[in-house]
Design a protein around this ligand. Structure first.
Ligand code: TYD
Ligand code: MG
Length: 435
């Protein structure tokens, strides 16, 4: 590659520069510049005369009239719930998740349940593997699924242009490449260029496109951050591979809400919709054990009961450990500091371990009170009363702060039969909770 054909491209904002620097001159992020080829320098195959064609214009009335059958259902209730109106024609969706979490399984089920013609690009697996999965997940004939066995984006676009179908699934963007970029598949500039060509084709033919993306160890979507800006909707499938539960959330959604969560469990016949996730999360719970606290969190617009466990033990180390699974370590350290300052809880020389059962990852600050009560309960070796549940955010002054959807959670707690409910509605600070 000649020197002049190399540019440096920012993984975060997507700008290109002639020279490398430690900090991106445009978005000021550090260490985001990577070597790449310039953005689609060569002319696109069919684009030679595109600029000479005048663009079509529509009145609002015409645009609305052309919306007939604009969205269609996926046939899977929990996926429709997350997407809002279902799949939008010409919409581009990015489904991200850790390897092995069930992305291919979910998309195979989606292709089966849609029933109309679908292209499934198997660039990561070979067609025989995908066909075996389709057979495993469907008892009926699946003549509507057309497997495309190539990793070359240019020929995928050609296939879509010649014979558009009602949905295209690319599994995955990390393993496809375009000839217009000389870098290896999976490189940031290759992902950017491949995605750009696919998105352009999808929009031109009003074909919805679902792109699978991977998630790195630190939880970010692999590839350039700008991939998230290029698509209409970013979906994330999360969960713990050792556990059954899988959550489908929207991180960004141009067509619907971003606060809905689809809840599934992985079974031997694919992902099944879960109507009562609390039952799975609390399965095998030891009642009246010191260090266990039930808390209610919001998953989208649904309240969910989860168990938080804490273990406080004497530490053999000069600097005691704070270990968190399912919540962020910063949050645990903050709650330990609040308990030390406002309740004088003697945990300064103790190791504190906190775990959220069921493999859930909780980001809802409403779980703060549950974490604090589990730690207090373990430190004092005193179980919480059997019929108690809590929710509320903790402030640095030890106060219990209000959280969103409190009424919904209270109603759910009452319906489930909890008699001791600790919440911002009943208690204003930690000191007022009897433990
Ligand atoms: P997969 O969908 O291939 O994950 P991803 O595409 O996100 O990498 O499958 C993930 C796991 O799910 C795999 O270990 C096998 C398991 N699995 C089931 O438990 N049941 C099933 O019906 C299928 C198809 C897969
Ligand atoms: Mg896969």
């Amino acid at each position: 590659m000649s020197k002049s054909s190399i540019v440096f491209f920012c993984n975060s904002c997507g700008n290109e520069f002639a020279k490398w620097s430690g900090q991106c001159p445009a978005c000021h992020e550090w260490n985001t510049l990577v070597e790449a080829t310039p953005f689609l320098k060569q002319e696109r195959g069919r684009s030679n005369n595109i600029s000479s064609k005048p663009a079509e214009t529509f009145s609002v009335k015409q645009a609305l009239a052309s919306q007939g059958g604009y969205t269609f259902s996926t046939g899977i209730g929990e996926v429709d719930r997350v997407l809002g109106p279902g799949i939008t024609k010409g919409g581009v969706y990015l489904l991200a998740g850790q390897p092995g979490i069930g992305k291919s399984t979910l998309l195979t089920q989606l292709a089966i349940s849609i029933k109309s013609d679908v292209y499934y690009v198997c660039s990561e697996e070979n067609p025989a593997q995908v066909a075996t999965r389709i057979k495993r997940l469907s008892k009926n004939e699946t003549g509507n699924i057309h497997l495309i066995n190539t990793s070359l984006v240019d020929s995928i676009c050609e296939t879509i242009a010649k014979n558009p179908k009602s949905l295209v699934i690319i599994d995955s963007i990390q393993s496809v490449f375009t000839n217009q970029n000389v870098t290896t598949p999976g490189s940031p500039s290759q992902i950017r260029d491949s995605a750009s060509l696919l998105i352009q084709t999808a929009k031109e033919h009003s074909t919805p496109l679902i792109i699978v993306g991977h998630v790195t160890k630190d939880g970010n979507i692999a590839g350039p951050k700008m991939l998230e800006h290029m698509v209409d909707t970013v979906l994330e499938l999360s969960g713990d591979r050792q556990h059954l539960l899988r959550l489908l959330r929207t991180v960004k959604n141009r067509f619907g809400p971003t606060d809905e969560t689809g809840i599934f469990q992985m079974t031997s016949v694919g992902l099944e919709e879960v109507k009562d996730p609390g039952a799975i999360l609390l399965e095998g719970r030891v009642k009246n054990a010191p260090g266990s606290c039930l808390t209610m969190i919001m998953e989208g617009t649904r309240p969910l009961t989860v168990e938080i466990q804490a273990l406080v033990v004497s530490s053999p180390l000069p600097i005691p450990r704070r270990i968190a699974k399912g919540i962020s370590l910063n949050r645990l350290q903050l709650i330990c500091a609040i308990l030390t300052k406002h309740l004088h809880l003697p945990i300064g020389e103790k190791d504190v371990f906190v775990n959220v059962t069921g493999g859930l990852d909780i980001k809802d600050p409403g779980a703060d009170l549950g974490i604090a009560l589990a730690i207090i309960s373990s430190a004092k070796d005193k179980p919480l009363s059997g019929n108690s549940i809590c929710f509320g955010e903790l402030g640095l002054l030890g106060e219990i702060r209000k959280v969103g959807f409190a009424d919904k959670m209270l109603k759910e707690a009452n319906t489930l039969g909890y008699t001791n409910i600790y919440s911002p509605n009943t208690h204003h600070n930690l000191k007022s909770i009897p433990l």
